[in-house]
Design a protein around this ligand. Structure first.
Ligand SMILES: Cc1cc2nc3c(=O)[nH]c(=O)nc-3n(C[C@H](O)[C@H](O)[C@H](O)COP(=O)(O)OP(=O)(O)OC[C@H]3O[C@@H](n4cnc5c(N)ncnc54)[C@H](O)[C@@H]3O)c2cc1C
Length: 525
């Protein structure tokens, strides 16, 4: 296959999708590729905290102020992806009192609102807070759904231009001619076939993979370190506010409500291996131990999943402590490396993705002699029906509203109906011939409840067989891949009620369906 476009964006995280929308609003057509699918990197493996900036006031004032400004913009332009929960910073007995004392001053320097509360007032707001709380502040933190955000960016770009998104399309190499990239050579990871993409401008939005991608064009100016963070998802929502530990950033010091659940994290461990990122038992134990100091119920609650993501940290010398590294972003204009039509955007945060996209689009638009200014801080991100299924707790509402007895529920934990799956299939580019369960899970809540896909994986695959998406053993292979991926997230939290749940899953998937006996394409079992 050969594709012609004005701009090729490599990487379908929030940054790549943000650049796609920004360019589309300036009338520039682009093609976005991801080697897997949207939010396969850090954008699908984070805390979902829309930072007010308070987290960084003590050690990274620039990032704190950037977060303050950007979170305010996002609350206006994309309110459907945000829950304005508010946040609390709490110190417990034994925490550094000097830090707590200085916190309001740090916030004032960054122009972030911060209201002092007595421990009693804080516990009235959040009854599960520890009785050992000694100090508390209320701040404007919120939560954000990165999946819906990325889906909406892509949908909006499609509405405003001839831009397209290609999942499972991996960049392998560039062809260069006289200091410009002419073509990106890619592989369709589903069919194994080669795709060549010809463009005038090339943008590397590869997140943690940005250094590898830049090197493919011979650019050696992108220098990154990798810090893995692991998080846990609880069965219930434990608090209404984002709860932060009132101390310099450390392990297990943030609890973020995510619709019907809460997300506890995170750790920070240096890693070199980007391709096998998974949580470990010591990381999980550390999160639970530290988190329970703020909210004792975290020691006994049921967890349904753990997951990890990698932060690309910009190398800047410094103390060597990853927590001290800047959370800022960098835009590399590779003209300095003698490539005139290539740039890299990396680092930063989910909260600052829009600004990162704006700076990148400014550079690329200038190179294309397009003087249309950025509009992403002004134009509301219009909702799109097929993107609404990622919202936790929303499916039951839509199902009751549809009032259709034939609209069967396929995922009972999250109440995702058949109509949602059909809507997702019709709106997901690149999956026309063969829909995967992972692609459906990314675009909905299917598989995200306590059974972690054990039942709905089977029901959705049956539905896809009924609709002739699967006709042979392919559906079983997709089911097995989906369960493998879900199991990656449950193996480190398999105790108590979740252990019983996983035993039931094993009996169904291996004992009943024999999915462990399916041949790999290589012929291995
Ligand atoms: C544990 C953790 C917690 C975090 N919590 C928060 C938080 O609460 N709030 C916040 O604001 N920020 C948070 N962040 C930061 C935030 O998640 C990231 O800054 C953001 O998601 C980065 O998005 P991105 O699009 O730049 O990169 P990514 O999301 O990593 O996207 C890069 C994409 O490039 C693709 N790719 C790689 N190589 C190729 C190739 N050769 N060809 C095609 N595609 C390729 C990958 O598949 C991937 O999808 C957290 C990060 C981590 C790791």
């Amino acid at each position: 296959m050969h594709i012609e476009t004005e701009v090729l964006i490599i990487g379908g995280g929030v940054t790549g999708t943000g650049v796609m929308r920004d360019l589309a609003l300036r009338g520039i057509n682009c093609c976005l590729i991801d080697r897997a699918d949207l939010c396969s990197g850090a954008s699908g493996g984070n805390h979902g905290l829309l930072h007010s900036g308070c987290r960084y006031v003590s050690n990274d004032l620039h990032s704190a102020m950037e977060c303050r400004k950007e979170s305010a913009i996002l609350k206006t332009i994309v309110p459907q992806c945000i829950e304005d929960t508010g946040g609390l910073f709490v110190a417990v007995k034994g925490d550094d009192l000097l830090f707590a004392e200085k916190f309001p001053e740090y916030c004032e320097t960054a122009s972030i609102l911060c209201e002092s509360l007595t421990p009693r007032q804080a516990r009235e707001l959040e009854p599960l807070l520890s009785k050992d709380i000694i100090q508390a502040f209320r701040v404007p933190d919120a939560t954000i759904d990165p999946f819906r955000l990325a889906l909406l960016n892509v949908a909006d770009a499609g509405r405003n231009s001839d831009s397209s998104y290609y999942p499972h399309t991996e960049l392998l190499n560039f062809s260069l001619e006289k200091g410009t990239i002419t073509t990106a050579v890619c592989r369709d990871n589903k069919t194994g076939k080669k795709t060549t993409i010809h463009a005038k401008q090339f943008i590397n939005a590869g997140g943690a993979w940005a250094m590898e991608i830049a090197c493919l064009a011979g650019c050696e100016d992108v220098s990154l370190l990798y810090s893995k963070g692991s998080l846990l998802i609880s069965h219930d929502r434990l608090t209404n506010h984002v709860i932060n530990r009132l101390r310099p950033p450390g392990d297990g010091d943030i609890l973020v409500p995510g619709g019907t659940v809460s997300v506890l994290g995170t750790t920070s461990v240096r890693t070199d291996n980007l391709n096998d990122i998974r949580p470990t038992v010591p990381e999980i134990d550390k999160n639970v131990l530290e988190g329970a100091a703020m909210i004792p119920a975290l020691a006994t609650t049921r967890y349904i999943r753990a997951f990890s993501g990698v932060r690309p940290l910009l190398q800047s010398g410094g103390s060597g402590d990853d927590r001290e590294a800047t959370r800022g972003f960098a835009l590399f204009d590779h003209e300095g490396q003698n490539i005139s039509n290539f740039c890299t955007i990396t680092g930063g945060k989910l909260t600052t993705y829009r600004l990162m996209a704006e700076k990148t689009a400014d550079l690329v638009a200038r190179r294309l002699n397009n003087s249309t200014p950025c509009r992403t801080h002004l134009n509301l991100l219009v909702d799109d029906e097929s993107c609404r299924w990622t919202e936790p707790g929303a499916s039951p509402k839509y199902w009751y509203q549809s009032n259709d007895p034939d609209n069967m529920i396929l995922c009972e934990c999250e109440m995702v109906p058949q109509s949602a799956i059909d809507e997702i299939i019709s709106g997901a580019p690149g999956y026309e011939k063969e829909m995967t369960l992972e692609a459906i899970a990314l675009r909905s809540r299917a598989g995200k409840g306590p059974c972690q896909g054990s039942f709905c994986g089977i029901r959705i695959a049956s539905h896809l067989y009924d609709r002739d998406f699967y006709t042979d053993q392919t559906g079983l292979t997709h089911m097995r891949n989906f369960f493998d991926e879900r199991f990656k997230g449950t193996r480190t939290i398999t105790w108590g009620a979740q252990a019983a749940q996983m035993e039931l899953a094993e009996a169904m998937h291996c004992g009943l369906l024999g999915l462990d006996m399916i041949d790999e394409p290589s012929g291995e079992k």
